[in-house]
Each structure stands twice: as structure tokens, then as C-alpha cells.
Design a protein around this ligand. Structure first.
Ligand SMILES: *[C@@H]1O[C@H](CO)[C@@H](O)[C@H](O)[C@H]1NC(C)=O
Ligand SMILES: *[C@@H]1O[C@H](CO)[C@@H](O)[C@H](O)[C@H]1NC(C)=O
Ligand SMILES: *[C@@H]1O[C@H](CO)[C@@H](O)[C@H](O)[C@H]1NC(C)=O
Ligand SMILES: *[C@@H]1O[C@H](CO)[C@@H](O)[C@H](O)[C@H]1NC(C)=O
Ligand SMILES: *[C@@H]1O[C@H](CO)[C@@H](O)[C@H](O)[C@H]1NC(C)=O
Length: 383
């Protein structure tokens, strides 16, 4: 009796379902705690949305899959309170920082995103103000001074160990206009290179280069989407990077129809919609802005269903028009502004549209506020 009580206590104290009691496990726990402000609190979940890729065969080409993603994924906890807690650092940034609504594009953490089916993430990085670690920003908004790129990658690695049927896409982009003197110089490029080619990264990142393979080859791993150049380093560094290269110099600004060749040798082209700031006449309503963006998004998705079936389609459903009067925040574009937008935002309009795309390939789609309305991702995953 005593023995069995004791062993029960041991189980409860030492062998939580997520972590064991080894030193390695304590170290991982520490890293994941540091990752929390960006990754969220690690919880292990199974279930249909946490493991939806189990429904697809190993020989499925990634290019033929429909992958839900989030835009500016690291902004989910950005508020006035968060900004105030980082004030000492914000002071080092540019003098005027717009209101938090300008920057916030999500409301659930990465662990929630993962467990609810999101498989593509958009990370905007730069050096912290001391040029020591790589952290996350949205323009001049610093999102955490604790959670580094190294920390959050361990969150993804742990999640993939817990969900070996799944595969992830990670888009990394150097974020300019962060701290006052920040620049995309050789030192940050080298730090990034070292992180993405470390022994652990080599284990978890798909090592294919400028080419997508099958789901089977990518399960339990991450495909790197390189929205950065290593132009301050020798060419050998670029040559050693895995993943798909979307050079910022080829990614035209605010373009509803980007055609970007990421593999010259094999003529592999990506079709991208990144019309993030709709351009109706100045002073237009939220509804008009939403209509412009919905048009760009839905027509790009329609193209994905009929054109270039063996090419990558990557559609960004995210947008803002913060220069408009009144400003249209990312949240208003995605989910509307109450009674002023009876048809909701881009996300609500996409639900009936997605119902019409059943059985078709739509590619990767990046959302703001992906959890609203609650059936958006359900519709997406049941395509
Ligand atoms: C989210 O932000 C609030 C306010 O700054 C903070 O108290 C909370 O700890 C943050 N959450 C996480 C998971 O870091
Ligand atoms: C960080 O690096 C930039 C150059 O990229 C430099 O201007 C700045 O002074 C450095 N900041 C610190 C705190 O060393
Ligand atoms: C490359 O592919 C595109 C279609 O994706 C096609 O229009 C073009 O002709 C191809 N170019 C070459 C050199 O094969
Ligand atoms: C959006 O598309 C619809 C249907 O094709 C069209 O009636 C409408 O004028 C378009 N609106 C804008 C703002 O482009
Ligand atoms: C959104 O709604 C608020 C409150 O009703 C209003 O003050 C603001 O001007 C609206 N913004 C837009 C872009 O419609």
C-alpha cells in the first residue's frame, strides 16, 4: 500500500507527461520558460487538429497541400501593458512608436496555434538593443526581450518530437526600422546562420535546398522559408543554407501577384499575394478596405486552384491600412469592426468562400487573428 502510494507520488512529482527528471529535461524546461513570452506556455495536446497531417499519405507532395499559417506570429501578446513592461528597451527605439493596435496581428500563442492546426509561421527578427541575441519585432515594436530565436526554436523542436506526424514552415525575415542604430550587418547574419545550421537545427530543419519534397520526408521537421539574404557574408554561407530562398530583393512591395523564381536551375516559381495595404481612396471605410483585400486574397486563392498545379502558392490574407483616417488596424481588416462592418472582416468572408473550394489545392495561406471566426480553420482543414 505504502509502496504504491509512494510510486503514485513519484509519478505525480517527477514524471509529468511532458517532461522527465533528467538534467537534459530540466535544461529544456528552462529554455521553454524563456521562450514563453513568444511561444506561450508549453502544453502537450493530441487530437485531430494537433495531428491533422496523419490524414495525409507520406507520398503527398508538400506543394499540393493546403497549409494554414499566421502572419506576424510573434505579436499575439503585444499590448500597452507589454510595451510598458519593456519600456526601458523601447526608449532605445525610435522616438514615436504608434499605438499597440498598429502592430498586433494575433491573439493566441504559438503553442495554441500549433495545437489548433497552424503549420506556417512568420517571424520578424533583429538583434536585441545590445546586439547580443536575435529577438522578435514588428517594425519598431519590440515583442519580448527574453524570448530569443534559439529559445523558440526549441519550442518547435519539442512540439515536433511530441507530434512526429506533422511538418512546419518557418518564414524568417529581417525586420528593419527596429532599434535606432540596428542594421542587417554581418554580425547578425552570422548569428542567424549559426543558429540555423547548428547540430540541433540540422536535425530538425529539412536539409533540401530550394525545393519542396514529400510530406513523408518532412514529417517531424521544419522547412525554412528564407525571406532574408546573407549578403554581408561570403557566398559559401548562402550555399550552406537549407530551405527555400525568397530574396527580399525579389519580393515586390504590397503586390497582389508576386511571381518569384526561387530555383533558377530547375525554374521553380512561387506565386505570392502580399497585398498587405489595400489602396482604396483616402478616408475610405473599414468595409471598403476589407472588400479590396478580400478581392485580392480570394482571387489569388482561385488562381491556386486552377493555375500551375505543381508550383508553390503562398497567399497572405493579412493586411492593415493604418495610414487611413480612421486607421484600419490589422484586427479590423481580419475580423471587422462590429456593427460598422456587417459582413465582418476578411476572415468571415473567407469562410463561405473556402466552403466552395472543397477538394482543391489552395496552398499556404497566412492569416491575422486566425481563431476568428471559430470555424475558419475547421473549414480550411476540411478542404
Ligand atoms: C502577456 O502580456 C502580459 C502584459 O504585459 C504579461 O503580464 C503576460 O505575462 C504576458 N504573457 C506571456 C505568456 O508572456
Ligand atoms: C549595435 O550595432 C549597430 C551597428 O549595426 C551599432 O550602430 C550600435 O552602436 C550597436 N549597439 C550597441 C549597444 O553596441
Ligand atoms: C519557367 O516556368 C514558367 C511557369 O512557371 C514558364 O512560364 C517559363 O516559360 C519557364 N521558363 C523556362 C526557361 O523554362
Ligand atoms: C471586388 O470583386 C467584386 C466581385 O468581382 C466586385 O464586384 C467589386 O467591385 C470588387 N471590389 C473591389 C474594391 O475591388
Ligand atoms: C471602428 O469602431 C470604432 C468604435 O465604433 C470607431 O471609433 C472607429 O472609427 C472604427 N474604425 C474604423 C476603421 O471603422
Amino acid at each position: 500500500m505504502l509502496a504504491s502510494l509512494l510510486s503514485l507520488a513519484m509519478v505525480a512529482t517527477w514524471a509529468s507527461p511532458v517532461f522527465s527528471s533528467s538534467l537534459e529535461s530540466f535544461a529544456l524546461k528552462k529554455v521553454l520558460a524563456d521562450a514563453t513570452p513568444i511561444f506561450g506556455n508549453y502544453v502537450k495536446e493530441t487530437g485531430s487538429k494537433a495531428e491533422w497531417m496523419k490524414n495525409y499519405k507520406d507520398d503527398t507532395q508538400l506543394i499540393h497541400m493546403n497549409i494554414p499559417g499566421t502572419h506576424d506570429s510573434a505579436t499575439w501578446n503585444y499590448s500597452q501593458a507589454t510595451r510598458t513592461s519593456l519600456l526601458g528597451i523601447t526608449d532605445l527605439n525610435q522616438v514615436t512608436v504608434p499605438v499597440p493596435e498598429t502592430f498586433r496581428c494575433q491573439e493566441l500563442s504559438w503553442i495554441d496555434m500549433l495545437n489548433r492546426g497552424i503549420r506556417a509561421f512568420d517571424l520578424r527578427y533583429a538583434f536585441d538593443p545590445t546586439n547580443t541575441t536575435i529577438i522578435f519585432y514588428h517594425s519598431e515594436a519590440l515583442l519580448s526581450e527574453i524570448a530569443t530565436l534559439d529559445d523558440v526554436l526549441f519550442g518547435f523542436y519539442k512540439w515536433l518530437d511530441d507530434h512526429p506526424s506533422e511538418t512546419l514552415f518557418l518564414s524568417l525575415q529581417y525586420e528593419g526600422s527596429t532599434a535606432k542604430y540596428a542594421s542587417n550587418d554581418a554580425s547578425i547574419q552570422l548569428k542567424l546562420f549559426n543558429t540555423l545550421t547548428s547540430p540541433v537545427a540540422q536535425k530538425y530543419f529539412v536539409q533540401k535546398k530550394n525545393e519542396l519534397g514529400t510530406l513523408g520526408e518532412a514529417r517531424g521537421k521544419i522547412t525554412l522559408m528564407r525571406r532574408f539574404d546573407l549578403d554581408q557574408l561570403a557566398d559559401s554561407y548562402t550555399a550552406a543554407m537549407p530551405g527555400l530562398h525568397f530574396s527580399p530583393s525579389l519580393w515586390t512591395d504590397n503586390d497582389p501577384n508576386i511571381v518569384l523564381t526561387y530555383n533558377e536551375e530547375k525554374n521553380l516559381t512561387a506565386y505570392i499575394e502580399d497585398y498587405y495595404e489595400p489602396t482604396p481612396p483616402a478616408g475610405s471605410t473599414a468595409t471598403e478596405n476589407i472588400q479590396w483585400k478580400y478581392n485580392a486574397t480570394s482571387s489569388h486563392i482561385v488562381k491556386a486552384t486552377i493555375e500551375h498545379p505543381d508550383s508553390l502558392f503562398w497567399t497572405w490574407a493579412s493586411s492593415e491600412n493604418t495610414d487611413n483616417v480612421p486607421p484600419v488596424w490589422p484586427k479590423i481588416m481580419a475580423v471587422g469592426n462590429g456593427t460598422l462592418t456587417p459582413q465582418g472582416g476578411v476572415n468571415q468572408r473567407l469562410v463561405p468562400f473556402l466552403k466552395e473550394q472543397k477538394g482543391k489545392r489552395i496552398g499556404i495561406v497566412m492569416f491575422d487573428y486566425f481563431d476568428v471566426p471559430s470555424d475558419l480553420i475547421d473549414e480550411f482543414l476540411s478542404l
